[in-house]
Design a protein around this ligand. Sequence first.
Ligand code: PMP
Length: 407
Amino acid sequence: STEFKVEMIRKDFPLLTTTVHGKPLVYLDNAATSQKPWDVIKAIENYYAHQNSNIHRGVHYLSQLATEAYEESRKKVAQFINTAHNHEVIFTKGTTDGINLVASSFGRKFIHSGDIIMISTMEHHSNIVPWQLLSEYSGASLSVIPINEKGELLLDQFKSMLNKKVKLVCIAYVSNTLGTVNPVKKIIEISHQYNIPVLIDAAQAIQHLPIDVQELDCDFLVFSGHKMYGPTGIGVLYGKEKWLEDMPPYQGGGDMIKTVSFDKTTYNELPFKFEAGTPNIEAGICLANAIAYIKNIGFDQIHRHEHELLEYATDELLKIAGLKIIGTAAHKASVISFIVDNIHPYDIGLILDKLGIAVRTGHHCTQPLMDFYGIAGTVRASFAFYNTKEEVDQLVSGVKKAVRMLS
Ligand code: PMP
């Protein structure tokens, strides 16, 4: 990888040069979705201009071209997260879709009345609600790993909650609200001592840190393309072959079958068993361009720059009287949630928007976590490798201005 020059990198992202309300955009909502480099944008255009065709069915040239590109992208994903087999990569619509797939399919086969599904206090709604739905159908129940005030999982409590009834542990690698990086390798190790499989929600990890599914030894791992500089509408479910082979299909339709008759249908092999219907072909193909872009910068440089921003922003924001950071774990990704006295986060967000600064306000799809802290929501600034210290300065002066206006 080449030397990290943020100004050069910013030139790769056309939207970063736009203006909002007459002000240069300061985009600090990367945990919601990231901006896209030209490599990805041009690949999408190239697909529709030169490759567009349905995959896995056509004998004709274009269909084979599109199929090859789609399957090549699957290999790139497999290499990126170091799977043992390419067919352990299932393309989905995103993180939410991947979790629902596991809840429906793994759930139907392996979760029964009286069983326990374990999650944590800091999960995103998409790693809570599918398990609640499954619990309603199956008679299973949820148990929730507690956290401390800093927003760290209580591992001793976790250990004491494990028993034979627990059939699955589902944990975010990185919290989208707090930024906490959870010790998932340790959680997987402990769970496996009880033969409990573990699903990792890597929606907020895949863009920040290198992930090796074999090294982690996780049973499932899910993420979204749109948060890692790739297209919307594509995501990945990684599953260990032994689980995916054992799990029933999620949705029925074209592509996922071997033979169909009105008496009996047989299912296609992995990964196609879980990929019914025409997928988001262009997004699947162009996810590979996003991966190539990330690899070219490299996680060492990404981590170094994002951590500089995180530490700088933390120090500068804490100089504002009345400001409190929610989520002060020892190990954090570049996400900062904060509140200021009794000012409503939404009002701060509105004033920041007028200054061209994009943040997110509210509960961030983590209402139970907000309940834990006894607050309705936060202002969240989340940084990508293309953000700068000057943008942090703009955020800080914007928050100061908002506080003056609203106090
Ligand atoms: N889990 C986490 C931790 C997230 O941050 C998000 C996105 N905010 C999701 C799951 C859901 O991802 P998606 O909306 O792309 O399905």
